[in-house]
Design a protein around this ligand. Structure first.
Ligand SMILES: Cc1cc2nc3c(=O)[nH]c(=O)nc-3n(C[C@H](O)[C@H](O)[C@H](O)COP(=O)(O)OP(=O)(O)OC[C@H]3O[C@@H](n4cnc5c(N)ncnc54)[C@H](O)[C@@H]3O)c2cc1C
Length: 612
């Protein structure tokens, strides 16, 4: 099939298009519409199905409902500490200050949060948060957030374009003019003309074999922004959760909650050894049991006993499993066994872990009350992303391009605290909507679409269908995922990262020759082939940034550069497209504003006086 002429392509015009309908995209679109913009909302899947629905634990905001001493300053302080002080100071400030208003607003729009006995939004404890701070709805917070946002959005005169995948951003002399996309069902191409684009496409975990991320997470926003000239910041910080299912394939990567270990589940290697006793770092040793007997007493409620060795921070457990596998003691599919079945009666497991039981039974016929699970580190979240201005969310280099949510970078620094993503989506979705509307209002001339660029987009999209022969795109994606899992995993070395770059060069060549047989209609092979471009940008950006950062900080662990290094705390790693391919450089971070530095380094007593 030859590509269509431009005049044959459906064209849709909006003031602003928002690409992505998760928490960030929905909140951004609502704000654009509220400010009088003709707004289009584009998403790959059906409205309401975005990755945000998977979020379980809650949404962090210093409401002070459960702990009246909590306030934005303590939330800010916790976030900076969690991010190892690499967070964008202004973003962390805006986030902590504005999250409570955004959560209350969501409640006004109909979100039914769990309540305190006196009827306020209830808040729960979570790792790294000083106070109970996570507004939640059981373990289905993301679902309720999306439901409330969606119910509100559909009454705001927003045009929703579902099952529509954006492939390229269109530019008019460097500024945004729209986006090029296709309908997934019919395979027909679309031109969106727009004065501004907000990217809210989420992360890129699908570049790894084992990930908790949904199929939508192919790094599309990162890829499109990079190709259009935007900068990516601190891409090396990818968070791994230690216990994702690694077998059977139908549940590969899906999270097994920490609750399984908290309720007595133990990690075993292929010799049946409870290996976590061998991996407790010095700083956790005083609070960790050093015998099975003591760990069992803790489990039975003896408060004089110390915690079992399976319960240190996520990075410690993830690295221990990796080490067991490397030394030949891993489970058959390259992980460890997580056994709760032999530790607790079936009825207790079903009562305490109903979602886990139900999920693995339904999706994989694995009965966790009868057999151990095979688990391993799973790529969970991207701290890095599109570099933007903190107040407007506009790209630092492409006028008219905005980004919010997991595809943007800076807010979370070197490591994200649980619960800080859902609040990030609301705060920065709102700010991106406001920023884009202000930008459009300030334009003195409107951008035009460049026909030559559109022709290139058509050619790139249809080449995959037109080739006589070529590699199978599924095999190339699989090759990429294996490569990233093997060489750019939780612990990295220069040798591995250099090997990964060589492998990526080889995979890029394969990707340039993939062929998906059949026509454009209902063609999942074609969709897979088109996802290769952003996946490869994402993979290469993470790998190059990880090679440059010669220290271990937050979620980035270099075996050859252990520990944090002071000089690296003052540097961001920036990735951009250069004339000869991907360029990476370090950039000096600006000094933090004095008043924010004072809060970040203050004692809790100083900050507990209230919100003032
Ligand atoms: C299992 C799990 C549990 C989690 N629990 C929590 C938690 O308790 N608290 C917390 O704060 N965080 C949690 N997180 C993280 C959090 O869920 C995500 O970071 C967040 O939902 C990302 O939201 P988003 O709006 O940026 O993107 P998403 O919700 O993923 O939305 C992305 C949107 O972009 C669309 N899209 C992507 N590419 C394209 C394209 N090319 N064209 C058109 N549309 C496109 C998708 O269709 C989708 O609509 C969890 C994550 C996982 C995996």
């Amino acid at each position: 099939m030859a590509g269509p002429e431009i005049s044959e392509i459906q064209t849709i015009q909006h003031d602003i298009i928002v690409i992505g309908a998760g928490g960030a995209g929905l909140r951004a679109a609502i704000e654009c519409a509220a400010r009088g913009m003709n707004t289009g909302l584009v998403c790959k899947s059906l409205l309401g199905k975005a990755h945000t629905v998977m979020a379980e634990g809650g949404c962090a905001a210093a409401l002070g409902n459960v702990a009246p001493k909590d306030n934005w300053k303590i939330h800010f302080r916790d976030t900076m500490r969690g991010g190892k002080f690499l967070n964008n100071w202004r973003m962390a400030e805006l986030h902590a200050q504005q999250a409570p208003d955004r959560v209350r607003e969501l409640e006004e729009w109909g979100a039914v949060f769990d309540r305190t006995p006196d009827g306020l939004i209830s808040q729960r404890n979570f790792g790294g948060h000083r106070y109970p701070r996570l507004a939640h709805v059981g373990d289905r917070t993301g679902l309720e957030m999306i439901r409330a946002l969606q119910d509100h959005a559909i009454h705001q005169n927003i045009d929703v374009h579902m099952e529509c995948t954006a492939l390229d951003l269109l530019l008019d002399r460097g500024r945004i003019a729209g986006a090029f996309a296709y309908w997934r069902e019919s395979g027909r191409l679309i031109l969106f003309k727009a004065k501004a684009v907000i990217l809210a496409t989420g992360g890129g975990g699908r570049a790894w074999k084992i990930t908790s991320n949904s199929w939508e997470y192919t790094g599309d926003g990162l890829g499109m922004a990079y190709e259009a000239g935007a900068e990516l910041i601190d891409m090396e910080f990818t968070q791994f959760h230690p216990t994702g299912m690694i077998w059977p394939p139908s549940v590969r990567g899906i999270l097994v909650t920490e609750g399984v270990r908290g309720d007595g589940g133990v990690l075993l290697n292929n010799k049946g050894e409870r290996f976590m006793f061998n991996y407790i770092p010095e700083r956790f040793a005083p609070e960790t049991a050093d015998s099975v007997e003591e760990a069992e007493r803790w489990l039975a409620g003896d408060t004089s006993a110390r915690r079992p060795p399976e319960l240190p921070t996520r990075d410690v457990v993830a690295r221990a499993i990796t080490k067991e596998v490397e030394e030949g003691r891993g489970s058959p599919h390259g992980g460890a066994f997580l056994d709760i079945a032999s530790r607790r009666p079936a009825e207790i497991i079903k009562k305490k872990l109903p979602s886990m039981y139900h999920q693995f039974m339904e999706l994989a016929s694995v009965d966790i009350t009868k057999e151990p699970m095979e688990v391993g580190p799973t790529l969970h979240y991207f701290m890095g992303g599109i570099r933007i201005d903190a107040d407007t969310q506009q790209s630092t280099t492409v006028p008219g391009l905005f980004a919010a949510g997991e595809c943007s970078g800076g807010m979370q620094g070197a490591n994200r605290l649980g619960g800080n993503s859902l609040s990030d989506l609301l705060v920065f979705g709102y700010l991106a909507g406001a920023g884009a509307a202000d930008y459009v209002r300030g334009l003195s001339s409107y951008p035009e679409i460049d026909p030559d660029q559109v022709r290139q987009c058509i050619q790139r999209a249809t080449d995959v269908l037109n080739r006589v022969e070529g590699k199978n795109p599924y095999l190339v994606v699989e090759d990429l995922q294996e490569t990233m899992n093997r060489y750019v995993n939780i612990v990295r070395t220069e040798e591995e990262l250099t090997t990964a770059l060589k492998e990526l060069e080889r995979i890029k060549k394969d990707a340039a020759t993939v062929k998906s047989p059949g026509a454009a209609q209902y063609n999942p092979g074609w969709h897979e082939a088109l996802s290769l471009r952003p996946l490869l940008v994402t993979a290469e950006a993470v790998t190059r940034a990880a090679l440059v950062r010669q220290e271990s900080r937050g979620a980035h662990t270099r075996f050859d550069y252990p520990g944090e290094r002071e000089e690296w705390g003052k540097l961001n790693v920036i990735v951009r497209k250069g004339a000869r391919g991907m360029e990476v450089e370090t950039e000096q971070r600006p000094e933090p504003p004095k008043e924010l530095a004072a809060i970040a380094y203050a004692t809790l007593e100083d900050l507990e006086g209230g919100n003032g």
